[in-house]
Design a protein around this ligand. Structure first.
Ligand code: FAD
Ligand code: DHB
Length: 394
């Protein structure tokens, strides 16, 4: 097969890139290691920034999102046993975020791709990328025991943190920065009404908690847990009990519990690859960087990488200009580091770290108290949480 852009990975990054390229009349083939059903079974992010919403619209797949997504103009912060609201809309100059699950966004993109008859190879084994340091890169994979080859102009590495693209970049040309946090998040999904109409981020003596949601009837809750905990050891009852202990009295009484639909533990990591371009191969989304989930930035950063890559490829094919692809890495990394910084800062502000001195919790409380009572503090949270403007710092 021959195509213009070979995309590795059919997560949100790969699918969104594929859809945008299709709209621009640029051919792409997507190769994915697992099945579509498996991709949809992974419960992950839940909050979309305006830039991500705009991109779904640009890709022509925003209808259901606008119908079913919940617009949120604020978040609540619980610390010292008291809740404080951050008016995101007011302190960001009129911006909001949207509650719309990653699985829903992925489903919309998958359906649009199928409806347009665009090629995705699911359950491709042993995918490998070749020749990206030349003008004739290609991708190989095995399907049902037969080896296939896709010749292309460019390879888009949208294959997540454990993918093959970053791993194939020459070690001498790549630099990786990493911080692993000494705890994980235990997440629980349930068909119960959310405890609050807005998200609650909790700093408690028993550790961090987050009350999130997917709809008016579906809730998503998270608990900070030690890395040594196993998900099988956490019964639903134990989860609800621990969550209540981290909430304020009002939330404890309002909380509706029920059987879990899904429960999983995710490790927390900050990770950045520099650069994000290796000749004719580009990394986008989790393939190039990971943020701890506290700031709700992972999916949104993936979307902006894709926007920059799409713009660069359109410049190349329509205007015969390489300026966009030459600047891709620099442009992405400037935005990535800002989101990495916010996610790391918000994580250390909200979690209990092993071996912390007692004074650390006091510092956290004092910092939260300062932020909640200062116009500058509220602005710093709001403008980062809703997403800094795409041209920030330019
Ligand atoms: P992915 O979604 O990882 O997609 C990559 C795709 O590539 C996958 O489908 C994978 O199967 C495929 N692939 C991998 N290797 C190969 C290969 N060799 N060949 C072919 N295909 C391959 N973000 C938040 O904002 N909030 C959250 O609560 C949150 N929770 C998360 C929980 C977990 C467990 C994880 C892992 C991430 C979470 N994130 C969260 C981050 C967010 O989900 C990611 O940033 C987002 O999924 C990035 O999309 P992506 O398409 O770049 O990568
Ligand atoms: C969700 C996850 C997050 O990491 C976050 O900051 C907000 C919401 C969620 O899964 O709903």
């Amino acid at each position: 097969t021959r195509t213009q852009v070979a995309i590795v990975g059919a997560g949100p990054s790969g699918l969104l890139l594929g859809q945008l390229l299709h709209k621009a009349g640029i051919d792409a083939v997507i190769v994915e290691r697992v099945s579509g059903e498996y991709v949809l079974g992974r419960i992950r992010a839940g909050i979309l920034e305006q830039v991500c919403i705009d991109l779904m619209d640009e890709a022509g797949v925003g209808q259901r999102m606008h119908r079913e997504g919940l617009v949120h103009g604020g978040i609540e912060m619980l610390y010292g046993g008291q809740r404080h609201r951050v008016d995101l809309n007011k302190y960001s100059g009129g911006k909001n975020v949207m509650v719309y699950g990653q699985t829903e966004l992925t489903r919309d993109l998958m359906e649009a791709r199928a409806a347009a008859g665009l090629p995705t190879i699911y359950e491709a084994k042993n995918t490998a990328v070749h020749g990206f340091d030349t003008a004739k890169p290609y991708v190989t994979y095995e399907k049902d025991g037969v080896e296939h080859r896709i010749d292309c102009d460019f390879i888009a590495g949208c294959d997540g943190f454990h993918g093959v693209c970053r791993a194939s970049a020459p070690r001498s040309a790549i630099r990786e920065y990493e911080k692993v946090y000494p705890f994980g998040w235990l997440g629980l999904l349930s068909d119960t009404p959310p405890v609050c109409d807005e998200l609650i981020y909790v700093n408690s003596p028993r550790g961090f908690a987050l009350c999130s949601q997917r709809s008016m009837t579906r809730s998503r809750y998270y608990l900070q847990v030690p890395l040594t905990d196993k998900v099988e050891e956490w019964s639903d009852d134990a989860f609800w009990q621990e969550l209540k202990l981290r909430l304020d009295e009002e939330a404890r009484e309002t909380l509706v519990t029920g059987p879990s639909i899904e429960k999983s533990i995710a490790p927390l990591r900050s990770f950045v690859t520099e650069p994000l371009r290796f000749g004719r191969m580009f990394l986008a989304g989790d393939a190039g960087h990971i943020v701890p989930p506290t700031g709700a930035k992972g999916l949104n950063l993936a979307a902006t990488d894709v926007k920059y890559l799409y713009d660069a490829l359109v410049d190349f094919y329509k205007d015969k200009s390489e300026a966009g692809i030459d600047d891709y890495s620099r442009k992405c990394l400037a935005r990535i580091w800002r989101a990495e910084r916010f996610s790391w800062w918000f994580t250390q502000l909200m979690h209990r770290f092993p071996h912390d001195e007692q004074i650390t919790a006091k510092f956290q409380n004092a910092e939260l108290d300062y932020l909640m009572h200062s116009e500058a503090g509220l602005r710093t949270i709001a403008e980062n949480y809703v997403g800094l403007p795409l041209d920030f710092g330019d």
